[in-house]
Unconditional design. Structure first.
Ligand code: LLP
Length: 402
């Protein structure tokens, strides 16, 4: 089936995010299938793309949700995720967030420090509840990825060391208001090498065994997210290799295996469409100025991340160009030295692999309205978020204008 993207950009306007829901479904099913024969739960990492329709689509397929704020928990519930498939992670949860999570009775809170455990215990006590918890272990393994998205080394702020985790489990097990049901690790994002995951799983599974020996029975083994995707020419981890490594680590243990993929599910389901405004030449350098900008998709500016860029349906000899937006920052670019044919006003530029950490990291910098989002499913297209207006942006300020 060929999709007329040009017509869709005309229909919905630019800049625009489009997500292929059939692709998302495929990804979910492929990963779930790789867990076949074992109890598993795929907790989609909502932070990657938290549009309600995206979450709802995955929820219908059976996915749970990994959330890092009470707002994300609310989104997951709103989108129809079963409350017993929702986990709440993150290094810094406020008391009111903890309270709300306990009241909503979600599967578990994932703890990242001893101090946080004590807060959760206190809040649970106040509510007369028992909090189901898991502890994020920092296995001190180098995930071999970009330092900004690496999280499994002691030098990172995430999780607790093995010894500390063990002490926390012993404490939680004795507490009337804590119920340690899970264990968790997440060593980084965009992982393309299985070894660090395998090593981490081994270390954490050993801790599960030593806890079992002292009658602390862990039920959920959460291996985090991080599965890498193809942006350029990366070789990614095969789903069945991934699950085989995990199965190997938990041999002999009766556990539900959980994972928290974000990027894997949605990155390559999405593309960002933007229209050419002008071309200009500054000395040797060719610039293509488009109507999308860093506020819409910040990954290139923030991480120097590579996204494949193409001109839709434009032929001609290519020369290198910097694709830049209208924001007043030199860092406002989508790609540098991108081979592009000669372009004219309104030609469409596609920034690929933009389904993860695209819209969710968008801002209103320069009072730019956030783009619209469109779902493509079974040959149909539908709006899943309308383009923001100026009024949407000033609504919370207008009443205070003196
Ligand atoms: N679980 C935890 C505890 C996480 O911290 C993350 C991502 C995930 C799951 C999902 O990871 P994924 O499967 O998507 O790799 N903004 C960055 C990525 C930050 C990832 C943060 N944590 C980017 O645009 O590359």
């Amino acid at each position: 089936m060929t999709i007329d993207y040009k017509a869709l950009v005309e229909k919905y306007g630019s800049p625009l995010y489009m997500y292929d829901f059939d692709y998302i479904e495929n990804r979910y099913k492929t990963l779930k299938e790789a867990f076949a024969g074992k109890k598993s739960l795929i907790n989609y990492a909502v932070k990657a793309n938290s549009n309600l329709s995206v979450i709802a689509h995955l929820a219908k397929l059976g996915a749970g949700a990994d959330c890092v704020s009470i707002g994300e928990v609310q989104r997951a519930l709103d989108a129809g995720v079963n409350k017993y498939k929702i986990i709440f992670s993150g290094v810094g949860k406020r008391d009111d967030e903890i309270e709300e999570a306990l009241e909503k009775d979600i599967l578990m809170l994932n703890l990242e420090s001893e101090a946080e455990m004590k807060r959760v215990e206190m809040v649970a006590k106040k509510l007369g509840k028992e909090a189901r918890i898991s502890i994020r272990v920092n296995p001190n393994i180098d995930p071999q990825t970009h330092p900004y998205i690496s999280t499994g080394l002691h030098e990172n702020k995430f999780g607790v060391e093995i010894d500390m985790a063990k002490r926390m489990y012993i404490y939680a097990n004795k507490s009337e208001h804590l119920n340690p049901v899970g264990i968790h690790f997440h060593i980084g994002s965009q992982l393309t090498n299985l070894d660090p995951i395998r090593e981490s799983a081994m270390i954490v599974a050993d801790l599960v065994r030593s806890l079992k020996a002292i009658k602390i029975d862990i039920k959920f083994f959460d291996v985090g997210g991080g599965l890498g995707v193809v942006y350029d020419d990366e070789t990614t981890i095969r789903e069945t290799d991934y699950t085989a490594a995990i199965f190997e680590s938990v041999k002999g243990l009766d556990l539900t295996i959980m994972c928290e993929p974000g990027r894997y599910m949605v990155a390559n389901a999405g593309a960002f469409f933007t229209r050419v405004l002008y071309e200009k030449q500054n000395g040797e350098r060719r610039f293509v100025i488009v109507d999308g900008a860093m506020n819409d998709l910040i990954r290139p500016s923030l991480y120097n991340a590579y996204h494949k860029i193409e001109a839709l349906g434009v032929e001609g000899e290519t020369t290198p160009a910097d694709v830049v937006g209208p924001v007043c920052e030199s860092g406002d670019f989508f790609g540098k030295n991108v081979p592009l044919p000669p372009l004219s006003h309104n030609d469409i530029i596609v920034v690929q692999s933009a389904g993860a950490y695209g819209f969710t990291m968008a801002s209103n910098y320069n009072t730019r309205p956030k783009p619209a989002e469109v779902a493509l499913q079974g040959g149909e297209d539908r709006l899943i978020r309308r383009r923001e207006t100026y009024e949407d942006q000033v609504r919370l300020e207008r009443e205070f204008l003196q």
